[in-house]
Design a protein around this ligand. Sequence first.
Ligand code: SF4
Ligand code: SF4
Length: 424
Amino acid sequence: MQGLAGTRRLIAVNGLDHFLPGRERSLSPTCGTWAPHRETIESGGSMLMHYRSFGNLDWKPSALGFGAMRLPVVGGDQARVDEAEAVRMIRHAIDRGVNYVDTAYTYHQGISESIVGRALRDGYRERVRLASKLPPWLLKSIGDCDRILGEQLQRLQTDHIDFYLMHGLNKDRWPVVRELKVLDWADKALADGRIHYLGFSFHDRLSMFEEILNAYPGWSFCQIQYNYVDDEFQAGMRGLRLAAGKGLGVVVMEPLRGGALASPPAQIQTILNASPHKAEPADRALQWVWNQPEVSLALSGMSSMEHVEQNLASAENSHVGALTEQDLALYANARVAYRGLRPIPCTDCQYCQPCPNNVDIPRVFETYNGGVMLGAQDRARFLYSLQKETDRANNCQECGECEEQCPQQIEIIQWLKKAHEYMK
Ligand code: SF4
Ligand code: SF4
């Protein structure tokens, strides 16, 4: 796919590639084996696209990837995508240099892949690398993997998926992958060429991320939720650096936290406005992600052509290491202010665990806090839906054991009720 460069003018920087000095200084010690970050810039029409590193792969992804999970819909119905507009948006992004398109078997109630497949006709498939995902929660037996992958290839109108992910791994889905030996199956799909690289997307704690990362030597990449508020949430910055240190490409999802960081509350906006550089909140959030060399690309779920244009313009301005100490201090202040909006002062110390009725109290509180803090109830509902039913707040039998253990003296039973009401 690097052949793409041949069709556009390489205007770059220091000849062919722009090597960013200081790259290695910014790495954590865990990243000692990592190759230096290299960035190229190419012209896509009147705009420029930056191309970054993708772990150990000899391929450069565009800084911006197209996520096909929030395509424009008709009447608010996720199963009724405005296909003509979606196709126009995807093709426009590719014409402007985007070379990574991400979808999944389940996005838009199963129709996203078919729409992406049609968007990539007329020569667009050859201009991108395509990512899609296997849903472990739909697997009843190992035979389901071949069936689902076959269906995906048909929907996507292609003979292979470049980047194939185990979708949304967490402590409930990872055992399914292990018990059904899905990774053995994936090895065969890699060998016969139906998929080219294997990775996983992730929603759980850092310890689970590390377990998955270390359990299988064949991961080429991973996809994590990451933004300037979530630098310690789920995999977080430590997970990002661990994965990059092992040579994996790291795809960032939710750089805008489901869009919430595009419209921060007034007190956060005031903090960010102290910057001498004027920028829209969404642009600021994206630049924080792109500033980090371990990030391979940021996926943005775009719902309108306006979003596409805004994100392309942001990508044009992206650089590794572009943010100053002063900029980073503003993000840190904004992060602290956001965290001050969390209603429950849970520190995730885990002293309340295990609950005799299996309630994953810290996880419920983290999801609820995130939703309230960012005014993102839908996002919180989605994350709560990923949690096993037996671990959810409504299983609390009010025995009170957890409250005795909590150093923050949180009224856990009452907050669990509130959280469940908010997210059910
Ligand atoms: S009060 Fe509820 S959440 Fe706490 S330990 Fe008892 S059952 Fe679990
Ligand atoms: S003991 Fe309290 S602070 Fe610690 S994880 Fe449980 S609820 Fe949160």
